[in-house]
Write a protein that binds this ligand. Sequence first.
Ligand code: FEO
Length: 406
Amino acid sequence: MTRDLFNAVKLTDDIYWVGAVDWGIRDFHGYTTNRGTTYNAYLIMGDTITLVDTVKAPFYDEMMRRIASVTDPKNIDIIISNHSEMDHTGSLPRTIDEMKPQTVYASKMGVKAINAHFHRDLGLTVASDGMSIDLGGRTAVFYETRMLHWPDSMVTWLPDDKVLFSQDAFGMHMSGSYRFSDEIDRNVLEYSAREYFANILLPYCDLIPRAIDKLVGAGVAPEIIAPDHGPIHRTPENIETILGWYGCWAEQRPTRRAVIVYDTMWGSTATMARAVGEGFMERGVEVKIMPLGGSHRSDVAAAMLDAGALVVGSPTLNRTLFPSVADIMYYLKGLKPRNIIGGVFGSHGWSGGAVGEIERIFDDMKIDRPVESVSSLYVPDDEVLNTCRTMGQQLADALTNTFNCA
Ligand code: FEO
């Protein structure tokens, strides 16, 4: 094999990782990616040569050089596009133009989405749900996984190799030197997988057990799960772990954990947040207080994934929410968290507004608020702070589940 600046990494004797490592990305459509990410593409060598997914457009050369470390990229016969989002299809048109594969497969919705992205006929072939194709000595089977997390999403299963190419599912945004999850500390994996699940998959939780049941029912029992981001899972322990996390997180079972998010103008709402936190802690509930001046929305989503309570505080600015609180509330609303209880507090001057606005958003989210909200006129005195502490205690008393997905 030719050694180049960018080389392929073996998954099996004739299946390779040929993706790209993006060490520098820190924002992925609003989700902070402090560890960067990878765009995973895979090369299947056989009598027919197949590329599974491509990479974000600026990484085309890196992918091609990794492919060239195994074979001339012009030998690619088939491309399978499991997901049309541009971190995986950005390089697809150029790969088709330059390598001229015989066939490019995508799901029915994928064909529509890819054509709508690139506004040209790329000559794609529809991969229907359950369809099998021959890859020159081995079989590939396509299974649609609609809305996990786009309508076009599908996975590709190689029964002969027991490899599942799972596109975004079971992935995580993590760059680094290692391509396999068994080479990475479990706590780092858990946080990265949790962050990914909370920010990408949470709105579609109901579909996850159904998709897993569908694959299991079809006889999919992978020995390797190869996602489109982050490390590849290749040991029974790691496969069991990632499947277990997904099953557990999808249930959204609340735990005795609370998340308090707030922003503050002159420190009043911050003081109230700490008082609410004391109430939780006095009752033995694990609490995470997240000032929005230093906490990214996607870190809040990750913290909230298996929390039982979400308490939000905002000062009133111009009769409404502080801007950072509006940002987090609308972001969390879109993620559709379930099975949590809410609490609201905030300070105001000559007019209120923020507390009522948070209450309305909680109502829209169908989040129950078992404790009356706390408002402070200007700076909270001891009476207000004691009411905040009582709010924390009462919310804590409503949390009884000690279950833990980790
Ligand atoms: Fe990694 Fe939904 O794209």
